[in-house]
Write a protein that binds this ligand. Structure first.
Ligand code: B1M
Length: 212
């Protein structure tokens, strides 16, 4: 659809205002919110990622695109939230230590809240001990970790080791995600689940809290 392509293009040029205006327009024109997110915002960000990889653009452009992405996400957020839903479980989420990529993690949080989970978002660059401390304090059933850098993936293993060390194994389940992460890596480090996107994360976490 033309409007979704225009959202994607506006994001790629870092046009924050334009992304906001077009996102509002798409909502008014009753475009499905999931399509605005996937085919507009995420599609644009994936072009940015490819161009950055090829050295066609540099960090300032990526940062601007990220800001434009947030402008769209902020407008879309209420469409994914159902305040009146009872809590299905408590999930502590964060981007692991050393990593400041938080767009994907924030999307996971939005979808989880929308599905009826209570989400305690620790933000980005979260030290392993902090995940454990808050999971204990909040009596969380699940710890969710995001990593976008191959160099920060090992921080996920540290959290899982701490879960075991603190005797929380089985009580607190772990799930990991992020572009460089895979199901194989999850298995390798002993995570309970891996999700490839935010919708899949909701499904996986539903499964984790249901299991005895
Ligand atoms: Co950076 N960056 N970045 N960056 N950046 C990547 C990740 C990179 C792949 C770009 C590239 O080279 N093509 C590359 C990593 C290479 C690698 O390690 N293999 C990279 C690099 C190198 C860097 C820096 C080191 C650059 C530098 O300084 N030289 C630096 C690192 C800073 C740090 O973290 N310490 C850096 C900085 C930045 C910005 C600050 C400019 C900005 C981040 C802004 C922000 O997040 N607030 C940025 C961005 C925007 C990107 C790209 C372009 C886009 C990431 C993104 O937001 N995607 C990215 C390229 C790419 O991924 N193609 C890139 C959209 C988002 C919706 O997708 O996060 O994958 P994603 O989340 C998905 C799924 O992965 C999943 O659900 C989401 C979809 O629904 N998911 C989960 C994510 N977390 C999950 C958790 C779950 C379950 C599912 O359970 C808990």
């Amino acid at each position: 659809m033309d409007l979704l392509r225009r959202i994607s293009e506006a994001l790629q040029t870092g046009s924050i205002e334009k992304v906001a205006t077009l996102t509002k327009q798409a909502i008014e024109e009753k475009v499905v919110p999931r399509d605005i997110l996937d085919k507009g915002l995420i599609a644009g960000m994936s072009v940015i990622g490819d161009r950055y990889k090829k050295h066609e653009i540099f960090l300032p452009e990526v940062l601007l695109a990220a800001k434009a992405m947030y402008a769209g996400m902020d407008i879309l957020k209420p469409m994914f939230l159902k305040d009146e839903m009872p809590t299905l479980g408590r999930v502590v989420i964060g981007t692991v230590q050393g990593d400041i990529h938080d767009i994907g993690k924030n999307l996971v949080g939005i979808m989880l809240r929308g599905a009826g989970f209570r989400v305690i978002d620790l933000g980005k660059d979260v030290p392993p001990e902090r995940f454990i401390e808050v999971a204990k304090k909040e009596n969380a059933e699940v710890i969710g970790m995001s990593a976008l850098l191959t160099t920060t993936m090992p921080a996920m293993k540290k959290v899982i080791e701490l879960v075991k060390k603190e005797g929380l194994n089985g009580k607190v389940k772990t799930i990991i995600g992020g572009a460089p992460v895979s199901a194989e890596y999850a298995q390798h480090i002993g995570a309970d689940a891996y999700a490839y996107d935010s919708i899949n994360a909701v499904d996986c976490i539903r499964g984790l809290v249901q299991k005895p």
